[in-house]
Design a protein around this ligand. Structure first.
Ligand code: 5GP
Length: 190
């Protein structure tokens, strides 16, 4: 149920401010520029959660690059991944022989990224690296280690800066922790 007082009333606390996100994303963009200079990498946006991160990160990348988008779903409206990943929209470009940078919003169990990297490796890119804004390493269920991490966060369900719960909150400019009452009966699942 949407709160008639507005979505800010659903947020328990801000976890990462807009200023901290801006600063860290710029740093990551510059580090990627150093690593990929002259390599014309393909940045892959994993829709929908990484839209804002992808947009800011690629604008901080100061050399030639190409951008492509794919859409997967594994979460639905719940807070736990099923581990079953569905590809809703594939890439438009071929990645064979190219340097690929996967841009993800958050890595939790790692199952989604595990599935995605297997899928993309089968297309024989020159290299694949994983960049994630947020990482919850204590929740990992498989051997996935991102190459670039914006922020390591505790085991809390977060929303904002692209991340949703039940389809909303993606437009918040910062990352916040949702009040547990927003989950209702589902709160015992995580
Ligand atoms: P994993 O497969 O690593 O468990 O889950 C990855 C996906 O689960 C993310 O792309 C994201 O959609 C969702 N997810 C995991 N943790 C959170 C969280 O704290 N907040 C939100 N909004 N989504 C999450």
């Amino acid at each position: 149920m949407l709160n008639t007082m507005g979505f800010k009333n659903d947020i328990l606390d801000s976890l990462i401010s807009k200023e901290d996100i801006d600063r860290r994303v710029k740093e990551m963009g510059l580090a990627l520029t150093e690593e990929y200079r002259g390599k014309n990498p393909i940045f892959i946006c994993v829709l929908k959660g990484s839209i804002h991160f992808f947009s800011d990160l690629t604008r901080s990348f100061e050399d030639y690059c190409e951008l492509d988008f794919l859409s997967i779903s594994s979460y639905g409206n719940a807070r736990k991944t099923s581990g079953i990943v569905r590809l809703n929209k594939d890439l438009d470009m071929s990645i064979t022989g190219r340097h690929v940078i996967i841009v993800e919003d958050i890595i939790d169990s790692g199952l989604t990224m595990n599935h995605l990297t297997s899928l993309l490796r089968a297309r024989n890119p020159e290299s694949i690296k994983i960049v994630t804004l947020l990482d919850k390493p204590e929740r990992r269920e498989c051997a996935i280690t991102p190459d670039y991490v914006g922020f390591v966060i505790p085991n809390e369900y977060v929303v904002g800066y692209g991340l949703d719960y039940a389809g909303v909150y993606r437009n918040m400019p910062y990352v916040g922790i949702l009040k547990s009452e927003v989950y209702g009966d589902e709160s015992t699942e995580v």
